[in-house]
Design a protein around this ligand. Structure first.
Ligand code: B1M
Length: 216
């Protein structure tokens, strides 16, 4: 696949053009391109550029919303192919996954969920803006091995700690591993809140999850 094709993908997100993003995602599948490569080299480049323009006041909320929608549409189109390629029969563990309360960023979290599930984990994706109590209730209901908490805002990162504290109070912390992620999450933060690890991307999240359940 050419650089030009990846650039078109990025541009479709920059333009907030969901139809073009979906068409390009379909083209990528037809051409046999690795769907994760299409996301990371193509569409994510676009959404990152919009994020940067937004941060320095050159783009505004409507642009951010439209870019997010286009990105989401592309990822949804590529999702079945990602699942197909990663098809695994063994069950490595149960993961309760959520974007924390107050935070509606879902694309990265969903990507992590897709990759975990394609790699053999049973994933319970609770969605976005999920209060700690709902996460804990699901952990108890399904007997989860792992909790995955995504936060994209510096203001919502604290909610990751809240979930860890609640698990601790209930005496579940030793049994249930916690991995955290999202752009503002650093190694220092992981240490501070005593999480079990973080990763910068979805591939890294799979490696970490395997490590945490002792599958590698
Ligand atoms: Co928002 N937003 N946003 N946004 N948004 C950011 C995060 C921001 C950095 C933009 C900026 O200013 N440069 C900024 C946060 C600043 C900060 O706190 N430091 C920001 C802001 C300010 C806001 C609002 C407050 C804007 C406003 O209303 N004034 C608002 C908040 C709403 C809320 O949550 N309460 C808001 C809203 C939105 C939209 C709804 C418009 C939209 C989201 C649409 C959606 O998800 N359906 C949106 C978008 C699209 C972005 C950016 C541009 C892109 C996020 C994204 O989807 N990236 C983002 C800037 C940026 O990150 N470049 C920005 C692609 C995705 C594949 O990557 O999510 O990082 P990412 O996930 C990665 C890794 O982080 C990691 O793996 C993923 C896959 O590789 N990872 C994990 C993620 N979770 C993980 C969990 C793990 C492990 C790894 O283990 C469990």
């Amino acid at each position: 696949m050419t650089e030009e094709f990846f650039q078109k993908m990025a541009q479709s997100v920059l333009d907030g053009d969901s139809d073009a993003a979906v068409a390009l995602a379909k083209q990528a599948i037809e051409a046999g391109l690795d769907p994760l490569e299409a996301i990371t080299k193509g569409f994510v480049t676009g959404v990152n550029q919009v994020g940067e323009s937004f941060a320095c006041g050159q783009a505004f909320l409507p642009e951010l919303v439209m870019a997010g929608e286009a990105m989401k549409a592309a990822v949804s189109t590529l999702e079945p192919e990602m699942q197909k390629r990663g098809l695994q029969r063994t069950m490595l563990g149960k993961v309760v996954l959520a974007t924390v309360e107050g935070d509606i960023h879902e694309i990265g979290k969903s990507l992590v969920g897709t990759m975990l599930s394609a790699s053999g984990f049973q994933v319970y994706d609770l969605g976005v803006d999920v209060p700690a109590a709902r996460i804990i209730a699901k952990v108890q209901e399904v007997g989860a091995d792992l909790v995955g908490l995504s936060a994209l805002l510096t203001t919502t990162m604290v909610k990751q700690k809240e979930v860890i504290d609640e698990l601790d109070k209930l005496g579940l912390r030793k049994k249930v591993k916690v991995m955290v992620g999202g752009a503002p999450v650093t190694r220092d933060w992981v240490q501070k809140i005593e999480a079990d690890g973080t990763s910068e991307d979805a591939i890294g999240a799979v490696g970490l999850a395997k490590q945490l359940v002792g599958a590698v």
